[in-house]
Design a protein around this ligand. Structure first.
Ligand SMILES: NC(=O)c1ccc[n+]([C@@H]2O[C@H](COP(=O)([O-])OP(=O)(O)OC[C@H]3O[C@@H](n4cnc5c(N)ncnc54)[C@H](O)[C@@H]3O)[C@@H](O)[C@H]2O)c1
Length: 346
């Protein structure tokens, strides 16, 4: 059992307190922190959390609890200063995506975690779903041979689907695509080398920054991945993880994951199609702790046992997913010029 505090009880943080933490029996909550007293009052009123466990400062929570894990679910700009303070105070940390706003901040936190001998994990919850896990296993096992090209589409329509962050900078590439970028690396088992990207804001869009983008990403082993994504698409919505077609030497792997839309949730799907053959659905294994319960239970086990499992999204690993965010934004700012991942990692 790992004792934890949660910092950041806003829109998504409240959902962590209500929908996620209670489903992970290896975590015992000993504190909840938000600088806004309305947020701590809400978890007391709606979730019955004891007022004694609620704090308006991290320092107070650290002083009055014996937690070893800090779950940081604050708005993104607050990740860097708050995670830094958590590590200085001696906590292991699980932080929501996107890890940090810049690679330099991320690198500093990774170095600090190492110096403090603490675990630092980014909650890339999409990794803990049946379809991407099965796809990664198939690729790792060499199913259909070398990967040739991958196409990934993501479509949502913000204005009619409850989107509320109209003035968020890079609402697509920094906030949403980080999930897709991180999955690319996990599923391909490969690292990106260079890319080209264009973004745009369609006429009449309520977004202040570009909600649509297209990128071509070249991976180390030569796989080319074409990515098309938009918050302003009127077509049929895709699952949150997008629609994937992975084309290899002897066949294709087709999959989608996190098929949530409005109040409905569908299952993950994966099918294989041998060259010249029919599409064959594959039965997916059940994941005991899916999605956000997966990231929380994984870090709790790692803190408890000291054993780091495969595909653990450590802060260090996450720098390379963040690099895809920075490189796509940089390429888009240069009208689609090719950008080497190396350039943004320095
Ligand atoms: N994984 C996913 O699918 C997913 C989905 C939605 C949001 N998120 C992420 O969750 C994070 C939180 O998003 P949100 O929509 O809840 O933001 P929000 O702005 O609604 O809430 C942030 C909360 O943090 C509090 N806060 C800010 N600074 C603080 C500090 N220094 N100390 C303590 N509390 C502080 C604020 O008072 C607020 O209650 C973001 O990083 C976002 O990217 C992830």
């Amino acid at each position: 059992m790992v004792k934890a505090i949660q910092i950041g009880l806003g829109h998504w943080g409240f959902s962590w307190s209500k929908d996620v933490i209670p489903k992970v029996p290896t975590v015992e909550m000993v504190g909840y922190v938000d600088t806004n007293p309305e947020a701590t009052a809400r978890i007391q009123d709606e979730l019955g959390v004891d007022a004694k466990l609620c704090f308006t400062s991290l320092e107070d929570a650290a002083k009055h609890t014996d937690a070893t894990l800090a779950l940081c679910t604050l708005r993104t700009e607050a990740h860097y200063p708050v995670v830094k303070r958590c590590l200085e105070l001696g906590f292991n940390v699980l932080v929501e995506k996107p890890f940090t706003t810049t690679i330099a901040q991320g690198k500093e936190l990774v170095a600090l975690a190492k110096a403090q001998n603490k675990l630092l994990m980014v909650s890339q919850n999409y990794r803990h779903q049946p379809a991407p896990i099965a796809a990664a296993d198939l690729i790792e096992a060499g199913k259909f041979g070398a990967l040739n090209m991958v196409s990934l589409d993501f479509r949502r329509h913000g204005p009619s689907q409850g989107y509320r962050y109209w003035d968020m900078p890079d609402p697509l590439l920094a906030d949403m695509s980080i999930h897709h970028f991180d999955l690319m690396r996990m599923v391909l088992g490969d690292e990106p080398k260079r890319l080209t990207c264009r973004t745009w804001n369609p006429m009449g869009s309520p977004f202040h920054f570009d909600p649509s983008g297209a990128a071509l990403i070249e991976f180390e082993r030569g796989t080319m991945l074409s990515y098309r994504a938009s918050w302003m698409n009127t077509g049929p919505v895709t699952p949150w993880a997008g629609e994937w077609v992975m084309d290899a030497a002897e066949g294709q792997i087709v999959w989608s994951s996190r098929d949530h839309f409005r109040d409905k949730a569908g299952p993950d799907r994966l099918a294989v199609r041998p060259l010249d053959g029919e599409l064959q659905p594959v039965q997916l294994a059940t994941v005991a702790f899916p999605d956000r319960t997966g990231t929380l239970s994984t870090i709790a086990a790692a803190v408890d046992t000291g054993v780091i499992p495969p595909r653990f999204s450590s802060g260090e690993d996450n720098l390379k997913s963040l690099a895809l965010v920075r490189a796509t934004i940089l390429s888009a700012s240069r009208n689609g010029d090719w950008v080497e991942i190396e350039e943004v990692m320095q």
